[in-house]
Design a protein around this ligand. Structure first.
Ligand SMILES: *Cc1c(COP(=O)(O)O)cnc(C)c1O
Length: 432
């Protein structure tokens, strides 16, 4: 192995993931060695990178009353939940399963907000029994149901209404959640009446108001528009005699995948805080639910080239990770950088489609990437910390990948690779 010939190059937007000499490093560890030691496909996260992102939110909380609620669905692995819980973060959950995970990781229910457009009675009861901080309610029918369930338990349900501000977040259509045609939230025009209804229901306690307009948002404009809409409503609702204690502005802040330059967390919060002050509302407590911007650029997916094949039309690098491991390219046609774990300069670079073994043409991870590769080489798919492992499935009877958290020179295996026994465990054959 050649000695490092140049200083470590940080990959733009990826703190703590650097190239040192030929080798891609996650903190102090070489990606190719992690792949050898733990096998592939393998998710690897940098603890320092997660903490750096978390710290930016924590610093912003010094300048404005701000409750931090990590959105569990971005990456729900126990080690990551623990890391944030120990820093004092609470959590935003969207299912009873996520609530159970948070409690299992040591999170306290009184820092949990529960969002979601289709919460079942069983999930709502679990949330009420656990004593969550707030349930974000998405329809008037859900409001009546929560009142009834809370009455049955003899408790008052703490609630916010999730309103749909009809704002275009200018992101992928599947990641837009605050347009009028969206399934999420209560229409801006119906929200005032819904709050009035809350005031009549004895088992509800109104805490605040909530919006979440989408994900991978890279400009501040849509957030400020949504905030203005919410503030109009707040004025009307409080005029009706209902006090609101917090404004929950959801998550959605984008990260750099390709050339994007999204605002940093501190800039986002500062802009919201400034707009509040400009509207004479500087005292309002904020709650935010960031997911992607906390973990997205802390993680990579390592995979190994199984086969290199050229057809008449294209060069394919068939790797051992697939759409079941990382769904974003198939689902959103998302672009994520792909870096060789060890740079070759053999002069054999070709324009490859990097694809998985799954039997779907939608199973690709990157298209038309110039790579100098041999079979057996390890590749790292960057920006895989959010909506990677959390969306993984068992399609094609593929066990889910293992996960490693790197902390300086240490690598902690935080999730074992799923085995075939794990996959077959729940199945029952026919009798006879
Ligand atoms: C997904 C989601 C978030 C987090 O979105 P990111 O883009 O990961 O920051 C926050 N709140 C709600 C209600 C969500 O559904």
């Amino acid at each position: 192995m050649s000695a490092p010939s140049r200083p470590a190059d940080a990959l733009p937007g990826h703190p703590h993931i650097v190239r040192r000499g030929d080798a891609l490093m996650i903190e102090a560890l070489r990606a190719d060695e992690l792949a050898r030691r733990f096998g592939t496909p393998l998710y690897v996260y940098s603890r320092a990178a997660i903490e750096q992102a978390a710290r930016q939110y924590e610093d912003a909380a010094r300048d404005h009353p701000l409750a931090l609620r990590y959105s569990v669905k971005a990456n729900s692995s126990k080690a990551i939940l623990q890391l944030l819980q120990r820093r004092g973060w609470g959590f935003d959950v969207v299912s009873g399963g996520e609530l159970a995970r948070v409690l299992d990781a040591g999170g306290s229910a009184d820092k949990v907000v529960f969002s979601g457009v289709g919460k079942t009675d069983a999930e709502l009861l679990a949330a009420l029994r656990a004593g969550v901080q707030c349930i974000n309610v998405e329809s008037t029918s859900e409001l009546e149901r929560i009142d009834r369930l809370a009455g049955g338990l003899g408790v008052q349900a703490p609630i916010s209404l999730r309103v749909n501000p009809d704002v275009d977040p200018r992101t992928h259509p599947y990641m837009s959640t605050g347009l009028r045609t969206s399934k999420f939230g209560i229409d801006q025009a119906q929200a005032r009446q819904a709050y009035a209804r809350c005031a009549q229901l004895r088992n509800l306690r109104v805490l605040g108001i909530d919006v979440h307009i989408g994900s991978q948002i890279t400009t501040l404009g849509p957030y400020l528009d949504a905030l203005d809409r919410v503030l109009e409503l707040v004025r009307d609702i409080e005029h009706d005699g209902i006090r609101l204690h917090h404004l929950d502005l959801g998550g959605g802040l984008g990260i750099r995948y390709a050339g994007e330059s999204p605002p940093a967390p501190g800039e986002w919060i500062a802009a919201l805080s400034e707009r509040l002050r400009a509207r004479g509302q500087g005292h309002r407590a904020l709650l935010v639910e960031p997911g992607r911007s906390v973990v997205g650029n802390s993680g990579v997916l390592l995979c190994r080239a199984i086969t290199l094949k050229s057809t008449l039309e294209r060069h394919f690098a068939v790797v051992d990770a697939a759409m079941n491991d990382l769904m974003r390219p198939a689902l959103y046609e998302a672009w994520q950088a792909i870096e060789p774990a060890v740079l070759r300069e053999d002069g054999h670079a070709l324009r490859y489609d990097v694809v998985g073994p799954v039997c779907e043409s939608g199973d690709w991870l990157g298209r038309e990437r110039m790579l100098d590769l041999r079979e057996g080489d390890v590749l790292a798919i960057l920006s895989a910390g959010a909506y990677g492992m959390a969306m993984a499935s068992n399609y094609n009877t593929r066990g889910r990948a293992a996960e490693v958290l790197v902390d300086g020179e240490q690598a902690h295996l935080v999730r074992e690779r799923e085995t075939l026994d794990d996959l077959l465990r729940c199945e029952r054959g026919l009798p006879g």
